[in-house]
Design a binder for this molecule. Structure first.
Ligand code: NDP
Length: 278
């Protein structure tokens, strides 16, 4: 009888890592757009888990508010770095990175999150302006921050998580600029995963609708109708919260995800699978 070769062996598996995988003590996390919404949820959760965080956006008052709340949540009362920066400006992105390295000495986790969601149909006069603006914030800034961060992430075996959207695969009417930007983020991630492995892992989170300021540009009556429609179609029967997304980010940044790269993790309560006509 010929014995087959067995290539796996669970007899000496080390499970100690699993108990500790959510401990981010000593790790440095940079999250763009952390002055509100999903980004705020992300920096707060990483603070709870012991990380040093960078809080950034354009609104200095909100940055300070979030930073103070993060420090309060941090088990060792670590003070976040506060950086006012516009992600559409290369000088600001360079400064964001250099201040992070100057303050904390390294970077372990980059979360590309800052985003805008203005709507314009292709027949609207403002369409091209909205398109250029959306691509600049939601895609170009993500690419440039990856470009600037890779040398530092190479040193730490770091990881990149980009906040995409279910809009990357499921278009909504008169929302083309946003959808193209998010499809670009998904493809950026797959393409860079090939280049950056095995040292750096890179993934996306694709949320469904989450309660934040981003829908603030829409008239309340539209937001309310959208909310009702989406809850009805969502198998888990609610709208997402920033922490739902933050927990996914923590998972992808953790050692539990050490064999995960180039993935798109949909956090949408199952919404995309109940989209009519798809
Ligand atoms: P918010 O409007 O609450 O937050 C957006 C953040 O981005 C703010 O912190 C804002 O900071 C920052 N930001 C926007 N423009 C710039 C800029 N030019 N330079 C620097 N920072 C900027 O929205 P969300 O939390 O909802 O959005 C976060 C991400 O989640 C986005 O990428 C969005 O596309 C994505 N997403 C959101 C969904 C939702 O339903 N909410 C669904 C799917 C994806 P400041 O105002 O201080 O400049």
């Amino acid at each position: 009888l010929i014995k087959a070769n067995i290539y796996y062996d669970l007899s000496n598996e080390d499970y100690s890592d699993v108990q500790n995988s959510r401990n981010f003590t000593g790790k440095v996390v940079l999250t763009t757009g952390s002055s509100s919404g999903i980004g705020e949820g992300i920096v707060k959760l990483f603070s709870v888990l012991g990380a040093s965080v960078v809080v950034t956006g354009r609104n200095a008052t909100e940055i300070t508010r979030v930073a103070e709340e993060c420090q309060e949540l941090s088990p060792n009362k670590l003070k976040p770095l506060e950086v006012v920066a516009d992600v559409t400006k290369s000088d600001d992105l360079n400064r964001l990175l250099s201040e992070t390295i100057k303050t904390f000495g390294k970077l372990d986790v980059l979360v590309n999150n800052a985003g805008i969601g203005p709507t314009a149909g292709v027949r609207d006069k403002a369409f091209m302006k909205v398109f250029d603006q959306t691509i600049q914030v939601n895609l170009r800034a993500y690419v440039e921050l990856c470009y600037l961060s890779v040398p530092y992430l190479d040193e730490t075996n770091g990881t990149i998580i980009s906040i995409s959207s279910i809009a990357s695969t499921h278009p909504y009417i008169a929302n083309m600029a946003y959808e193209v930007s998010k499809t670009g983020v998904d493809m950026m991630t797959k393409a860079l995963a090939l280049e950056l492995g095995p040292r750096i892992r890179i993934n996306t989170i694709n949320p469904g609708m989450v309660e934040t300021n981003i829908t603030g540009s829409l008239p309340p009556v539209i937001v309310d109708a959208l909310r009702k429609e989406l809850i009805a179609r969502t198998p888990l029967k609610r709208i997402g919260q920033p922490l739902d997304v933050a927990k996914g980010v923590v998972f992808l940044a953790s050692s539990d995800a050490q064999f995960i790269t180039a993935a798109n993790l949909f956090i949408d309560g199952g919404l995309v699978y109940n989209t009519p006509g798809y």
